[in-house]
Write a protein that binds this ligand. Structure first.
Ligand code: NAD
Length: 478
């Protein structure tokens, strides 16, 4: 079985403990590789290295940082499938279409981030004291700890890493323990593209043992986490002990509103795409569907028919819609949500059975209780609930009945209804005429409430990973 080491300062090396852990392929639940198991000593080595890396990387001209990120994009464009495709399929259980989509988005993210290197704009503002000039400098923060999740292990990691790098920060990457191989390949990509070896390290390991000491390390300046709300709460609390800024991109329970003027068949297709892509393991998946009663029956009939035609199977077959959940405990969590919702009065429209291994049928549950785990918690599986309402006002109230607020969507042709929903739904993004899972390298992605703190993408990432400094000058000695 392949064995992979940490990348610290451009050197691949075993962990200080010499321990390795197995990476399981979700499709077979069998080990596919062994990866070095980092802990506190490795964290210290990587952060010490990143401090040095920060000095050299931040001193480069913006065009030199831009050039490295553009080179990385060019390498992915030329050989991305060779570097990443099999890893995305085997390690994260992605179907080939999703894996290719991630690779394409990675190129886009790298190019967008490269442009940001030139846009670290400062400011000036009027000073009431005569003969004084006030300026605002925008400066990189230093060492950014990047702690990433498993569901989109390449594109999310790219987003979390490329923008801080563009702004002149160095990074220490701690990827999900489920998907370390993609992250190691990504670290190597940055080195191949010419990012100085001290400016990017990848340490593979577990949350408590490797992520927590990274968050706690005195020489880390900023933390970028994309992960569950539970982890965000722990990391946020720990960061505040050191008064350290953290960007938290967390869980979601996004609502899709299907209003009475929507075409029920098209709405069903859009709804299905928004929840079943990557088996629902998407933070912005529309796991709560709210439909106006007037078209409820037509919509449910179309959704059921659509679900029954979804092809599941070989991950390398372009027709396969989605694959397995990441591990057995993820599957058990989704099954428990279904079971408890049904036990408390909800009904099953379709699905509910394991197709094979860790692959669950597309599942839709009708009218779950509002205090059920299915309605309130993130399931992160191919599972949607549908609730019927009388009008737009009720639909918006139901959409807002959640602690999360990551994304939302409204299917309508009526501009006023769409914008009313967009204004009144408490979520970081609202999409009209499409589902809730939308990506754009320039968009400010992030959430209200328990979906996190901060925004990532384009200039919004640059703002998260830079400090502002007021500098003033007296033209005459005063
Ligand atoms: P997770 O919270 O289990 O793990 C995320 C990362 O945090 C992993 O690298 C893990 O090792 C690390 N970690 C765990 N405990 C830690 C600790 N105490 N200290 C430091 N690091 C720790 O999340 P996951 O299961 O990998 O990913 C799925 C979650 O991510 C879902 O909730 C999903 O909604 C969320 N997500 C959010 C977005 C977004 O943009 N808001 C995008 C993708 C995924």
């Amino acid at each position: 079985m392949d064995q992979h080491d940490l990348i610290i300062g451009g050197i691949t090396q075993p962990s200080a403990s010499g321990l390795y852990f197995d990476v399981l392929a979700p499709a077979t639940e069998t080990p596919m590789a062994r990866v070095a198991q980092a802990a506190t000593d490795d964290v210290s080595a990587a952060v010490t290295c990143a401090r040095r890396g920060f000095e050299s990387w931040s001193a480069l001209a913006p065009r030199e940082r831009e050039a490295c990120l553009l080179r990385a994009a060019d390498i992915v464009a030329a050989e991305g499938e060779g570097r990443f495709l099999d890893k995305l399929i085997d390690e994260s259980g992605s179907v080939i279409l999703k894996a290719k989509g991630e690779i394409a988005y990675t190129i886009d993210l790298l190019r967008t981030a490269a442009g940001e290197a030139r846009r670290l704009y400062g400011d000036t503002f009027p000073n009431d004291s005569p003969g004084r000039i006030s300026m605002v400098f925008r400066e990189p923060m230093g060492v950014v700890a990047v702690i990433s999740p498993y569901n989109a292990p390449l594109s999310l990691l790219t987003k979390m890493t490329a923008f801080p790098l563009a702004a002149g920060n160095s990074v220490v990457i701690k990827p999900s323990e489920e998907t370390p191989l993609t992250a190691l390949a990504f670290g190597q990509l940055l080195l191949d593209a010419g990012v100085p070896s001290a400016a990017v390290s990848v340490i593979t390991g577990f949350g408590e043992e490797c992520g927590a000491p990274l968050v706690d390390h005195p020489q880390v300046d900023c933390i970028a986490l994309t992960g569950s709300t539970q982890t965000g709460i722990a990391i946020g609390a720990q960061s505040m002990k050191h008064m350290r800024r953290c960007q938290l991109e967390l869980g979601g329970k996004s609502a899709l509103l299907v209003l009475r003027d929507a075409d029920p068949v098209k709405a069903a297709e859009i709804a299905a795409q928004g929840i079943f892509t990557h088996a629902g393991q998407i933070c912005m998946a529309n796991s709560r569907i709210v439909v106006e009663r007037e078209i409820e029956q037509a919509f449910l009939a179309a959704l059921k028919a659509h679900c029954e035609n979804i092809q599941l199977g070989d991950l390398r077959d372009e027709k396969s819609r989605y694959g397995p959940l990441i591990n057995r405990s993820a599957l058990e969590k989704v099954l428990a949500h279904i079971e408890s919702a049904l036990a408390s009065g909800a009904t099953l429209l379709t699905g509910g059975e394991v197709e094979h291994g860790l692959t669950l049928q597309p599942t839709v549950v009708l009218e779950p209780a509002r205090d059920s785990t299915l309605w309130r918690d993130e399931s992160f599986g191919p599972l949607a609930s549908v609730v019927a309402v009388d009008d737009l006002e009720q639909a918006i109230a139901v959409a807002n009945d959640s602690d999360f607020g990551l994304s939302a969507a409204v299917l309508t042709h009526n501009v006023q209804w769409g914008f009313t929903a967009a204004k009144q739904i408490r979520a970081g993004s609202v999409h009209i005429g499409m589902h809730s899972f939308q990506s754009n390298a320039l968009a400010p992605i992030g959430g209200y409430g328990m979906s996190g703190i901060g925004r990532s993408g384009g200039k919004y990432s640059t703002e998260e990973f830079t400090e502002l400094k007021w500098v003033s000058l007296a033209l005459e000695e005063q």
